[in-house]
Design a protein around this ligand. Structure first.
Ligand code: MLT
Length: 232
């Protein structure tokens, strides 16, 4: 199987997702939240592009989650912290989520036959899943407002490292991410906390989110998109 990386949603038009297994990646913090929530007993998460769509689902009984610019929206039940999603009161609940970049990347992947959700929190589960299937793989980094980011690229490199015996590296994008991870894997938190998005989030005083999102293999789940909702 072949593996490639799309570093930002602005580049997705260059890729054909119609026959790929797409891994959506937004380490800080959307896909880490989704993994943490579903791994802690949340029933489903419906990613939506707009605040209005989220509010409409809230009126139907969904828990409303999300952020804009990293900040929780006042009218929402929870923001975009993995600790929000892991609260025991949300076990068995359906969550509707909208975020600046992560839910947009999921929306842009929906023509793919398989869309799964990756973060360092479920790294090994993602690698094992990808190694056991036969489709070509696209690692889709959510980035930040169309720009490249460090933490998603680092995680893409971690997947490439895990699949180096299974997948054919087909692009400079993959080689670059592989060696990025090789050079930074010894202290993921150190490097992730030096990313632009960590600096952006620092004004909200959530260093604990960044530390948590830098942990590996807290959950064995592989969230999948089915009929517009993520479940495990
Ligand atoms: C996003 O989707 O852009 C992020 O998850 C932003 C954040 O850290 O809240």
């Amino acid at each position: 199987m072949k593996i490639d990386i799309c570093y930002t949603p602005e580049l997705i038009h260059q890729f054909d997702v119609s026959d790929k297994c797409v891994v959506v990646i937004d380490v800080l913090r959307a896909t880490s939240c989704m993994v943490a929530g579903l791994g802690s007993g949340v029933k489903s998460i419906k990613p939506v592009a707009t605040v209005e769509e989220c509010e409409a689902l809230g009126a139907q009984g969904y828990v409303m989650a999300g952020e804009r610019g990293g900040k929780k929206l006042d009218q929402f039940d929870i923001g975009n912290s993995p600790f929000d999603y892991m609260q025991s009161q949300f076990k068995g609940k359906d969550i509707a989520a909208t975020t600046t970049n992560g839910t947009r990347a999921i929306e842009l992947s929906k023509e793919a036959p398989e869309v799964i959700i990756g973060s360092f929190l479920n790294l090994s589960a993602i690698v094992d899943h990808l190694a056991s299937q036969s489709r070509d793989i696209l690692l889709f980094c959510a980035g930040w407002k169309g720009r490249y980011n460090l933490e998603d690229s680092l995680f893409a490199g971690a997947i490439c490292d895990g699949l180096k015996k299974h997948a054919e590296f087909t692009s400079d994008a993959v080689t670059a991410a592989f060696y990025l991870y090789e050079s930074m894997q010894k202290d993921l938190f150190y490097y992730i906390s030096r990313s632009n998005h960590a600096a952006r989030l620092s004004k909200f005083g959530i260093l604990k989110d960044i530390e948590y999102c830098s942990r590996t293999d807290e959950f064995e789940v592989v969230p999948k998109l089915n009929n517009g909702a993520l479940t495990i």
